[in-house]
Design a protein around this ligand. Structure first.
Ligand code: MD6
Ligand code: FE
Length: 216
């Protein structure tokens, strides 16, 4: 089985695409893990953002819960059901460390946000800036890995209206957002349905982002 492990494509300084970071066999294992986390307790929920709209993804946070109303990290899902968050398992934390390392960066993740996109899932342009100010200033990366259908990942600049570039994130691809790109706008314009490796038996896509700086 050929994988592209080791390839890194610099989209912008600090924004690196890692095609084929996970082999297909590793994708199966992680895909099954994502399902069991999401159907565990506390499991999937649909975030309602400040303006009252519902996001089109389902989410579970590990380590800390990201509250979409207050834009802060907390130990219970205060915006939803008050349940305590699941811990961030050591092997997933290590996956985050390895993703950063593959891009020549370092991170000690204390939170992972797992998103599930159904075939119509999207995510609007946003900046990730709710982590501790020191980690933002230091440009510590957010790293991600995707499983399932290919996503149209959109990268912009530092203002919402800046022009954007689209990168196709396939199943098994990593993406690292650090250094000078840490605060770039980005989002998911949509999926290419039916593009997941068949053996995953997944309609849609999981994306895991690992972050450092949720703890106060
Ligand atoms: C997604 N990802 O790929 C959404 N953020 O579904 C993100 O918003 C993201 O992939 C920061 C760093 C990497 C990411
Ligand atoms: Fe993001």
């Amino acid at each position: 089985m050929k994988t592209d492990a080791g390839t890194r494509i610099e989209i912008f300084p600090g924004a690196l695409h890692l095609p084929g970071f996970l082999s297909v066999a590793q994708q199966y294992v992680l895909g099954a893990r994502c399902r069991s986390i999401g159907t565990g307790s506390p499991g999937w929920y649909v975030p309602t953002v400040r303006g009252g709209g519902k996001m089109s993804v389902r989410m579970v946070c590990l380590g800390y819960h990201w509250n979409p109303k207050t834009y802060t990290y907390e130990t219970r899902r205060q915006d939803y059901d008050g349940q305590p968050v699941q811990a961030l398992p050591g092997d997933l934390r290590d996956l985050g460390v390895r993703l950063a390392g593959a891009a020549g960066m370092q991170i000690a993740p204390d939170v992972c946000i797992l998103n599930y996109y159904g075939v119509d899932g999207k995510m609007g342009l946003h900046q990730d800036k709710d982590e501790r100010p020191e980690t933002l200033r230091a440009g510590l990366p957010i790293v991600s890995v995707s499983i399932g259908d290919t996503a149209k990942f959109v990268l912009g600049g530092f203002n919402r209206k800046d022009s954007t570039t689209t990168v196709l994130l396939k199943s098994g691809d990593g993406f690292v957002f650090g250094g000078l790109s840490r605060l770039r706008y980005h989002g998911v314009a949509g999926l290419l349905p039916g593009t997941a490796p068949r053996g995953l038996a997944l309609n849609g896509r999981f994306n895991l982002t690992f972050r450092e700086g949720a703890a106060n």
